[in-house]
Ligand binder design. Sequence first.
Ligand SMILES: *Cc1c(COP(=O)(O)O)cnc(C)c1O
Length: 364
Amino acid sequence: MSAGEATTPAALLRPEVIALASYHVPDARGYIKLDAMENPYAWPKDVVSEWLEALRDAQPNRYPDPACKSLKAALRAANDVPEGAALLLGNGSDEIIQIILMALQAGSTVMAPEPTFVMYRQIASSLGLPFVGVPLDSDFRLDRSAFLAAIAARQPAVVFLAYPNNPTGNLFPEEDILAILQDAPGLVVVDEAYAPFADASFMGRLPEFRNLLVMRTLSKLGLAGLRLGFLAGSPLWLDHLEKVRLPYNINCLTQISAEFALSRPELFASQVRDLLRDRRHLSAMLSRMNGVQVYESRANFILFRLAERDADQIFAELKRAGVLIRNLHPAGGALTGCLRVTVGTPDENRRFLEVLRTALALSA
Ligand SMILES: *Cc1c(COP(=O)(O)O)cnc(C)c1O
């Protein structure tokens, strides 16, 4: 036996890594999948043919363009990125969160309101960085004075603000974010993963704040499988973050496919219009159900709370009937009793509502 064979993970790995729970993704095969904020619409046949035609230009024997020049130009145009701002691309915005945090000095504090997108805490923990979650109020509103007090006390190197927030769906008030940008001693990352559905953005304000970075992704728009996110902000920061990014993180198939998708804006715009219409409908139908408290959403999902029911049981009933949504009840705290449903196709939404209605009647 070699000396190394006797060792254990605990003897070699950082304790933060040993302590982490892995990010669990349920097996969704066979379910109506309304758990992950995906766009439910497949591409029409003619679009698929044109896409496959575009992929003929791929050269998988060569490394991809590490600067993604052509794709970046398309992203700039499609997202109104201000002149003077730089772009950094990631293999999903998850990777961008990791790039930002990897570049920080050891011991730097990372801050976000909570509940929020779990990857901020998860990635900070995996890198051994202290994470401070500032509780939202019971209606998931930002507690501005508590947040500014936490900034003053903890001096975070980075603040993450999901805008709109996941899993709550709401947009924090613009004035609150401006106050955070004024007071924060470090970077403020406004995570606009749900920008296509929100009708609100800080992209246009990049020239006003040197410490503002705006992050977006193509995932929620309809390209979750490609893994492409981007960060816009001053080259003062992005030039350094670029050195942490692995040079070939955006593969050639993603570069061609994303550029192709961006050349079909009308297809995605019409899907977004349908999803917004169906979000309104889904929200109205949920609100009519007894014992269901619905939170207003500016994203492509809806958070709701079951006041006097066992959320675990209702979630299990939905799953048994073939509808997979997200159960947030186990997270506890402010999310006790909460479930989150992604807006699907009209048929999927109808089925979800039908099964939920039955499950609520059974448990009454
Ligand atoms: C889904 C989500 C992301 C992750 O996006 P990817 O680009 O798919 O990694 C980032 N931020 C928020 C708030 C999200 O909800």
